[in-house]
Design a binder for this molecule. Sequence first.
Ligand SMILES: *[C@@H]1O[C@H](CO)[C@@H](O)[C@H](O)[C@H]1NC(C)=O
Ligand SMILES: *[C@@H]1O[C@H](CO)[C@@H](O)[C@H](O)[C@H]1NC(C)=O
Ligand SMILES: *[C@@H]1O[C@H](CO)[C@@H](O)[C@H](O)[C@H]1NC(C)=O
Ligand SMILES: *[C@@H]1O[C@H](CO)[C@@H](O)[C@H](O)[C@H]1NC(C)=O
Length: 498
Amino acid sequence: MFVSLLATVTFSFSTLGNKQRESCGKTCQGDRNNEWMGVSLARQDKTNGKILACAHRWKNVYYESEYILPHGYCSIIPATLQGKSQPLIPCYEDHKKTYGEEHGSCQAGIAGVFTEELVVMGAPGSYYWTGTVKVFNVTSNTHYNLNQDDLSPQRYSYLGYAVTAGHFSSPNTIDVAAGAPQDSGGGKVYIFRIEGTSLVKTFQASGKMMGSYFGSSLCAVDLNADGLSDLLVGAPMHSEIRDEGQVSVYLSSGNGVMEEVAVLNGDNAYNAHFGECIASLGDIDDDGYQDVAIGAPKEDDYGGAVYIYHGDATGIVDKYSMKLSGRSINPTLQMFGQSISGNVDMDGNGYPDVTIGAFMADSVVLLRSRPVISVDVSIFLPISINITVPQCHEGPQHLNCFNVTICMSFRGKHVPGHIELLYNLTADAEKRHKSLPARVYFGNGVEQTGAVSQLFSLEINRQQCHQYTSFVRAAITAFSRYTQRQYPQDIVAVELQL
Ligand SMILES: *[C@@H]1O[C@H](CO)[C@@H](O)[C@H](O)[C@H]1NC(C)=O
Ligand SMILES: *[C@@H]1O[C@H](CO)[C@@H](O)[C@H](O)[C@H]1NC(C)=O
Ligand SMILES: *[C@@H]1O[C@H](CO)[C@@H](O)[C@H](O)[C@H]1NC(C)=O
Ligand SMILES: *[C@@H]1O[C@H](CO)[C@@H](O)[C@H](O)[C@H]1NC(C)=O
């Protein structure tokens, strides 16, 4: 009999250390010593979701004289952290006692995720470190198993070292992805579809370099907002000189079809281990696309760094938008970016925040996202002016002139209803920046100026406009080659400041 759910035993964080050994089945004696509780942590993907915490070094010592069996152990803890937890020992089977065989040394929970209904646990030690994935449906209380023959399994592949779950086949179904960082030397990643109670392989991809540890970190995230999860796969020891690390981005087009669209490598820094950890952050810039953070915990001589990348309609912007350096946050931080957790609004400002672990400094850094104000700016100019006919008359002077209208509005989620915006409007900006004679200036015919600075006082979602008269320099109009000239749209430029 396959007994993996043991409702008779409860372990909780609070009993840690009281009692190291407890019976956990017919041939099961749990030993919590040095079990590494919390090696993986996940929150059930729903409101007031429960918590998954695993201890992959938890051992069954029933056959201690022959074998100590590091099955690994996970606990489903109530949302409030109070009350009874539900234990999961997915690798335990009655009367199975050999260390490497089957699930004897499976170390379940080294990686774990929790969807609305599924607990997915990586078990890289099963079958002499071929590894496997254990899936438990909390609604039906049933287990799903991998069809191991699907994989041409090899020992020491470590399948299950990393796991994730997402809508890879269709927006309404959940598939499981698992990494096998030592598979064939270069590492592999697999996606499995749930069919009945089996996991059936629908996709696989291989690492490009021996020893790169491709598949040791995974992140499922819908980058292009098409309802399908895309997949980021870390290869933190990918090396040009030494262990710079990289992340491959696979875009899903449904039914297990995944296309590699980008390879990210941060600053490609020496020994950075970029991709050791990847986390989805939610939509931090409020543009409708999910964003991700990628850790490079050994960059900068173990100070560590985290890079922020943005999703977009094509998948991902392959240049990072922001780099957070551990040392610049606090000089004492070490291995900043070894773990990242995002997509939770901690301060209630409507934007998801991110926490970043720096485990060699025993620290966690909470970074709060600021509200995003989007400003729409329009500049209206005539398409052309007829230089043979002066439009403006300043006393005795007849001048060519035209109107420039600048309009602005702003929008945003959870932003103030009123802002003040300082702007500089520059005439013929390109020529001025290059110190060339400008063709156009602002003024009232008496005073000439190349730029105006003004304050816009704006109400949310309401466009406001300012109008200026621009003059065309007389000396310029004298040149015949300008007479029929259509003025280009770059004739004025605007700079903004909140
Ligand atoms: C979990 O089990 C329930 C009840 O049998 C079933 O309706 C649901 O589809 C299962 N969830 C997944 C993700 O397989
Ligand atoms: C400019 O205006 C003059 C006078 O009205 C006219 O003769 C000429 O055709 C105009 N040029 C263009 C390019 O419209
Ligand atoms: C600029 O706009 C004003 C109305 O706002 C108009 O009276 C004037 O003729 C315009 N000037 C030119 C050169 O188009
Ligand atoms: C506007 O121009 C002034 C003077 O050149 C400069 O100090 C200021 O920084 C500019 N403001 C913006 C928003 O660029």
